[in-house]
Design a protein around this ligand. Structure first.
Ligand code: CTP
Length: 390
């Protein structure tokens, strides 16, 4: 992975050197980006020597003959950004969307997953301003590796000490618990043509499916995202854009053939117009509908040995009971049951609340979280199954 390691100005910056070294040792390409204040704690020369690329100077001067590095380049090229340490000041600037130095500009310009590792004194860590900023960032999908309790700068003791480099590296790259795996995810609500102008569709936004793709990527997988949603996809994901259930069926069948994990998060239209008109209709039509192919059932029927298959179920009543029946009927390993009538959950929200059912009768409840965190909870279950199988 191409990782940008952001370092802001706190005493824990010395630990960033260790984080950098360990990430490079794990085979990643690491570019350190330091704030002005960070340079007072560790020398850029130390990080440049250990990293895969030298520390860029900043927004206005660059490593190559004084040419400034475009403020968006690093963010665009990164697969992952880790900020360690993340000071209260850095978190505030990031939460506010400021871009007044190379690190914040990089954070703002990226579509890659971002992990922050806060480090500060206990009083600052507990201040509502810091809590609010972290809440904002979490809601936007930023992952937070919480500080630990221990000795702080100046001899104080309390919570606020940056997590240990080994913890950060293990958590950050998951550490690639899906590395070498091919994960296929479907997303969005399909659109079924009535005529060349109109479609039948549903309320799915595709956000949960896209969050799944991003989570799988962060955990090291090669990811194919078959999506009917008009959403951007994380850099590094192979995206196949589809519209109808029939197109999605074709794309999923092809992509799933060699996949280790298949997640059907899409809201496939159950019915479609039987005979869509070739030309725009001008009279009120009588729509005759027919069933769409059940993609998940087809994938279950032809799945390769060891492949983990995950279905989703959007329900509005008796969610768990219906979910259990659906798990068996569809022949999947895991079924993520989504009560779309619950507040803050389901269609178009940035948060979700689900229960993950498995074939052993287990049920993992994931309380209201960001869709990214829900995605990680799903992959925690998937990874446990992959380990059992291989
Ligand atoms: N699904 C599918 N193909 C379809 C319909 C649904 O692959 N034509 C998948 C969805 O992607 C989801 C799972 O099946 O992973 C369950 O979808 P859901 O709409 O909840 O269930 P249905 O099969 O439509 O069953 P019901 O209408 O009885 O709720």
């Amino acid at each position: 992975m191409r990782i940008v390691l952001g370092i802001s100005g706190g005493i824990a910056a010395y630990k960033a050197v260790e984080v950098c070294r360990r990430l490079v040792d794990a085979g990643h390409h690491v570019t350190p980006v330091m704030t002005e204040a960070a340079r007072r704690f560790v020398g850029p020369a130390t990080l440049s020597a250990l990293a895969s690329a030298p520390v860029p100077e900043g927004l206005w001067t660059g490593e190559t003959g004084g040419v400034p590095i475009p403020h968006t380049r690093l963010g665009r090229d990164a697969d992952l950004i880790v900020v360690a340490p993340a000071t209260a000041d850095l978190l505030a600037r990031y939460a506010a969307g400021m871009a007044d130095d190379l690190l914040t500009a990089t954070l703002l310009a990226t579509r890659a997953p971002v992990v922050v590792c806060p480090a500060m004194h206990t009083e600052m860590w507990e201040h509502p301003a810091v809590r609010d900023n972290l809440d904002v960032l979490r809601r936007r999908g930023v992952r937070v590796i919480e500080p630990e309790a221990g000795r702080l700068a100046g001899g104080d003791v309390g919570t606020g000490r940056m997590a240990e480099p080994t913890t950060i590296v293990a958590r950050v790259v998951g550490l690639g618990d899906l590395a070498g795996r091919h994960v296929v995810v479907s997303a969005g609500g399909t659109r079924e043509a009535i005529d060349p102008v109109r479609v039948l569709t549903n309320r799915s936004s595709g956000k949960q499916g896209h969050a799944l793709a991003e989570a799988a990527l962060l955990r090291g997988a090669r990811v194919t995202l078959v999506t009917a949603a008009a959403l951007g996809a994380p850099h590094g994901v192979d995206v196949v854009r589809v519209e109808s259930a029939a197109q999605m069926a074709r794309a999923m069948t092809a992509a799933a053939a060699g996949a280790d994990v298949v997640v059907m998060a899409a809201a496939v239209a159950d019915f479609r117009p039987k005979a869509p008109a070739d030309d725009k209709l001008h009279e009120v039509p009588e729509l005759v509908l027919e069933r769409t192919p059940d993609i998940l059932a087809a994938l279950a029927a032809r799945r390769r040995p060891g492949q983990v298959l995950v279905g989703f179920a959007a329900e509005t009543a008796d969610a768990l009971e219906r979910g259990r029946a659906k798990l068996a009927r569809k022949g999947v390993d895991l079924l993520v049951v989504n009560d779309v009538s619950a507040p803050g959950a389901g269609f178009d929200h940035d948060t979700n609340e689900v229960t993950i059912l498995d074939t052993g009768g287990g049920a993992t409840v994931v309380p209201l979280r960001s869709k990214r965190e829900v995605a990680d909870a799903v992959f925690d279950e998937v990874v446990a199954r992959l380990r059992k199988d291989t």
